[in-house]
Write a protein that binds this ligand. Sequence first.
Ligand SMILES: [Zn+2]
Length: 1107
Amino acid sequence: MTQTKVTNLHGGTVVASYPFDDSASHQRQGHYSQSADDSLFRALALVYSRNHPVMKTGEPNCPDTPDETFKDGITNGAHWYDVPGGMQDYNYLYGNCLEVTMELSCCKYPLATELHKEWDLNRESLLAYMEQVHIGVRGYVKEAVKGTALANASIVVEGIRHNLATGNHGDYYRLLLPGTYNITAVAPGYIPMTVNSVQVSEGKAAELNFTLAPAVSEPSGSITETPPVFPPEHQPIQPQEFRHHSYADMELFLRKYNSEFPSIAHLYSVGRSVNQRELYVMVISDNPKVHEHGEPEFKYVANMHGNEVVGRELMLNLIEYLCRNYGTDPEVTQLVNSTRIHIMPSMNPDGYEVATEGDVKGYKGRNNSNNFDLNRNFPDQFVTITEPRQPETIAVMNWLKSTPFVLSANLHGGSLVVNYPYDDDREGITRYSQSPDDKVFQQLSRKNTLMYNGHPCEDLYRNEFFKDGITNGANWYNVPGGMQDWNYLNTNCFEVTIELGCIKFPWAKDLPTYWEQNREALLQFIHQVHTGVKGTVSDISDGTGIPNATISVQGIDHSITTAHTGDYWRLLTPGTYSITASAHGYKPLRTYATVSKDGVEVVDFRLTRLHTDSNGQSPKGPQPTQNPSEREFQSLIKDLSLGQGLDQLVRSTATENRFRYRSYKELSEFVRGLTLNFPKFTSLRSLGQTVEFRTIWALEISNKPGEAEPSEPKIRFVAGIHGNAPVGIELLLEFAAFLCINYGKNAAITRLINETRIVIVPSINPDGREQAIEKQCTSTQGRTNTHGKDLDTDFFEAQPETRAMMDLIQDKSYTLSVALDGGSLVATYPYDKPVQSVENEGTLKYLATVYANNHPKMHLGDTGCSNNGQMGNIPDGVMRAAERQSHMGSMKDFSMDFGHCPEITVYTGCCLFPPAEQLATLWAENKKALLSMLVEVHKGVRGVVRDKSGKPIVGAIIVLNGGVRVFTREGGYFHALLAPGNHNIEAVADGYQQQRQEVVVSSYEAASNIIIEFDMDNSIFGLPREFVVASAAASMTALVVTACIIWCVCAAKSNRQKDGFHRLRQHRDDYDDEIRLTSMGSKKSLLAHEFQDDSESDEETLYANKI
Ligand SMILES: [Zn+2]
């Protein structure tokens, strides 16, 4: 809430406007749209206007509209201008509230110094207006037999076609102008009762109670007088702890309930505030610690503005209420059993501590302790939020991403209204900004306004007259960076913002009343999570749930996705819908569902896998068989890819380390130490020496270090290419130690090491590193090698350091490479050189996104770096490297073009050389992301290529989607990473017929294992096939240097890389033909083949130019 907008108090001119705001014709202006209570509205508007010194003149003289006048300072809304969907009409039509809109001043957002003046101008009017609540008729409706209150009975005034309903206590309040009326009370199952000639006079309301006799439903004849039996009314236990809870008090409260009700309560923290206070969440559910399949997750977040405290106390009341009534009260028991309710009593505990009791509409404590408004701190769809993302915001964003929430409310104070998305629009104009789910949001908001149904508390809460409202956020006022829109746009959760009361920090004595007023509505809102459609999307063949499947509803441009076990929830208003479930690798399935007013419709989808063959037939040829161990590994990959799997691994494998920066000498001793302490699964080798003769180390971690194991994917981690950015070096050293220490101790780590070949090159530029200076965030000292060469621009000229790396990369056995650098907070993907389009960009970007998503801050897409102009939004925290800083001769590009290995570069933070104290935090931020790469390298597509006799074909080309090529290694194995989705792969080998297959790649499953079998004769021109391959390979080896030079020349020449790229391709094709023609079986070639040190043929170098 901001001070200028109290519920229906608007700004822009000075007038009191009354219903209706629009008419059926929606004529833009000048059409008087009269409501049933027109004369009453006129009178109410006049009361306000007459007491307002400016408004009553009818001449607001606003600078923008100097000629606009309003007779007596009032106007019919539609007569002034048509406002479809306005709040005041809604109040009137759907609630019991009569509402008038006051335009308070010409200026919508006056200067703070003007506010006092505004108050003086409006004070009398506001007070006079509130007194009007006392005119009319009030009373109760009861049933005749026991005197029980009748809720929801209609109050009908003859001649006025607008009925009211009684509240929960049978109470009603009907505003009427002085006069004589005939009034009737009607309730289903009872005989209506009419009282004629009710006198309404000025001043106090007339009291009029109704007692309704039950309608006799039995056929006449049974005269036995059996009054209807009412079950004894169950009275739930009400909360006792009404007081303002300081942080310490709240913490103890939460701990107390957590320990007293362990079976349904679970306390956790999602992070910490700026001042290190925990952001607590209490879960109340029958199985509170875990997500149960099919059970929706609900949340309440309160006290985001530290001085808006009603929500905070209500949340503690709610916790107490749910805990104490579970098992005895049917409603509470049912709700807790069927819902996982998360309650965050305070999102801004720091602000709360400085707020003061009695604050009605102040600001002290509203912001967090860095003085940022947290409800303006979320990424926005229309506006770039330049303020730094706050710890509270980041913690909440990560929390919302980690749990499949369905429905949420954000509890505020300072007004009395329910506000729903969107909160802003592109132009920043105050007007209706509709989301695709506008209807759903309206229904949700409406349900919540139950809390305002007829609870008049004249003495204390006369301002309750500003009640019963819902509003579209932007139509009220623009809130860029708000939390509710972020929920809707970035998660499956629907959130509304509830303003609980006009006083931000009421006196403690008033808290019981707030609870009484809100209890029913708070519970009702939770019930809303059980509406719409829900169900499970599963695989028809084995019934397993499909995570991350998409549920889309025709006509609503907003899909939601399934949770980890395939369960989903789709909130919808009553109606019939066409709903489609789709998932990678499955045929989409569409069905119709009818949503009723009560309860949730269960719609399950059982999807059929697409055939792996593009012809729609089952794949030909042999199918790989899986042994139990493989299946076990597949399920490990799935566990680690979904939900909390990786988080649990990170939590369960904490290692102790006193972080510090290591000199070259220490680094060398450290890596040697690893091989001495863990000799069975580590090996160390030198890749070469630097200009100053320091060794560039490569550490391999594998269950069979030094052995080829071509069936396993191989991953490379490198750091320190820029000596002045040494964070990556320390992270990789810790990563290596972490893996080694947990080998044999943690099952998941052990298995990952057993199934992967991990090569870590911690420092490529140790000479530069020796020159760099700690705590220099932007200094370039140590960036280059001793010859002053930036090594990341040198992958063709070959300094000693780059030469060493080029040899490693050209090994071509790697599936994935991750390079660590500094100076920003982003992950980049190839290319560094300026190319217009990248063939497999989807896959490359996806790999970078996986890293960023597993980093607590990077995926938020806000580097927060002031030093390099990269402030603001970088979607998902990833970008193509050339967009960041385009340059030629990079390691990444070389890895792509000559290593056939995608490489992503991770920039770990803004500061190039931060103080050592920050290393522990940096490790904590990157640990999960580094591990995620070890998991990711097992995805994509893998398999073996062989001939009919089962003999593996080495050096066969696997073409991915008609573009990118990989080559089979020893044993005929290949492995390529691909973004989730459907892909075409072709296998080509000299002398064999081309094979084609369609594969489906999933984001959470290990690579599909395929067997490609060539069925042609195993000889070419009468020579054994191996012979041909070997000779071809050798000839190609001779061409490596040529190809390399061409690559360099083209790369260096061309800013229009697209052209260069075509030329290159042309060259390659020429050579291709040349080789086929000229290189059949010379002795020299055979010899050359023997000298090849690695498992693969060098044939692939020929295709190195392919981008
Ligand atoms: Zn607020």
